[in-house]
Design a protein around this ligand. Structure first.
Ligand code: ZN
Ligand code: ZN
Length: 156
């Protein structure tokens, strides 16, 4: 569940961004921000579109794509490319830094957080006089098989 303070703050950031860029503050754009912040998983543009349609929002695919770009620009979501062509996104405000494990069979995405990666990041930055802004680490493989079935734990 999204905290009311978080919801207020992400709304404020997005609203300011739209103002600063003379973009329209439409109801659809804010409905989409709400939807994105209610999700606890990684999503792609089309699944978000279908999900919003199912909730009876009147929103076009074009608005979804266009708003995703705006949310990326104001750092409210992060974009991932998990091996396939399809781009995945997730909310990023107040969301802890993490990396991903992706199952190549069932496409399930696991998250992990290891402070050693932050240490490597700052150490390499210092060593090579490089201003590191962020990193991306994706580990690919197979998630644990269900005993005896040969199927992934998460295969639907
Ligand atoms: Zn799997
Ligand atoms: Zn993630």
């Amino acid at each position: 569940m999204i905290k009311p303070e978080t919801k207020k703050e992400v709304n404020r950031i997005f609203s300011k961004y739209l103002d600063d860029h003379s973009l329209r503050k439409t109801r659809e754009r804010f409905a989409m921000l709400d939807e994105v912040y209610s999700l606890n998983d990684h999503f792609d543009a089309d699944s978000l579109f279908l999900q919003m349609k199912n909730k009876k929002h009147t929103i076009s695919r074009a608005t979804i794509y266009n708003t995703i770009d705006l949310l990326l620009n104001c750092d409210l979501i992060t974009k991932h490319q998990f091996g396939k062509n399809l781009a995945k996104y997730e909310k990023s405000f107040e969301y802890k830094q993490h990396d991903h494990l992706i199952c190549e069979d069932c496409s399930h995405i696991f998250e992990f957080c290891d402070p050693r990666l932050q240490q490597i990041q700052s150490m390499m930055g210092e060593l090579l006089k490089f201003k590191v802004t962020h990193h991306s680490l994706n580990l690919y493989g197979k998630c644990t098989m269900l005993a005896g079935t040969g199927n992934c734990q998460y295969r639907k």
